[in-house]
Design a protein around this ligand. Structure first.
Ligand code: FE2
Length: 222
């Protein structure tokens, strides 16, 4: 295992490392967090496609119960840690996620995008953070979608996080999306780097053709 100097690592890198390696003892997160203050994850609009049906309890959005097929698109394993501004894990918190499919279409009656639905894509899920504040789910990379004659929203996944004391509604984006730089919603965040993720090689326990995405979430009090 490579060795890292804690002072060389940003907190996001530390989160990312611990999520990838499945280890929190590799680095002293408390010590690392003391090096600099954490920033709350920027909020984003909830948008018009918040699910109307109950959120699926299954953390695998690539399959629909009772159907043998699998969702189209690049498989992603999305994980991250929910913490407060002190870096303390927010345990047992509810995390709702919802997103468009690989064609940019939501499974929602208000979505007028003519792009096709994917009958094998679940579209949303509700998750619970573990004792380290960590969540994870399997999904596909959503596509960008039009929201007007000359406006396209970059690919993103919606999150709503219910801490014990505060709630956060936000959106997670992908590095390299050509629409990131012109998207008013993303740009309203200010520190957009806190919302933009990378597609990383999968750890051995994941499907080799899948990608790992790490999105850590910082609440105020948790
Ligand atoms: Fe959206």
């Amino acid at each position: 295992m490579a060795t890292y100097s804690i002072v060389d690592l940003s907190r996001r890198e530390i989160f990312r490392m611990s999520a990838i390696l499945g280890l929190t003892s590799v680095v002293s997160t408390k010590f690392a967090f003391a090096q600099a203050a954490l920033q709350r994850t920027p909020g984003q609009i909830r948008g018009p496609f918040y699910p109307l049906k109950p959120f699926d309890q299954n953390a695998d959005l690539t399959k629909v119960p009772g159907r043998p097929g699998r969702a189209e698109g690049q498989i992603l394993n999305v994980t991250g840690q929910v913490v407060n501004l002190k870096g303390e894990p927010v345990r047992n918190s509810k995390v709702e996620v919802w997103q468009a499919n690989a064609h940019g279409r939501y499974k929602h009656r208000s979505d007028t995008n003519p792009a096709p639905l994917d009958p094998n894509f679940e579209g949303s899920a509700v998750l619970t953070t573990d004792t380290e504040g960590r969540y994870r789910f399997k999904t596909i990379k959503p596509a960008a979608y039009p929201v007007g004659p000359n406006t396209v929203r970059p690919a993103h996944i919606h999150f709503e996080v219910y801490g014990k004391q505060d709630r956060l509604v936000t959106q997670m984006y992908f590095e390299g999306d050509p629409y990131n730089s012109t998207d008013r919603v993303l740009q309203s965040a200010g520190r957009t780097e806190l919302l933009i993720t990378k597609l990383l090689p999968p750890p051995p326990e994941f499907e080799p053709e899948s990608k790992l995405v790490v999105f850590d979430i910082v609440l105020y009090a948790g």
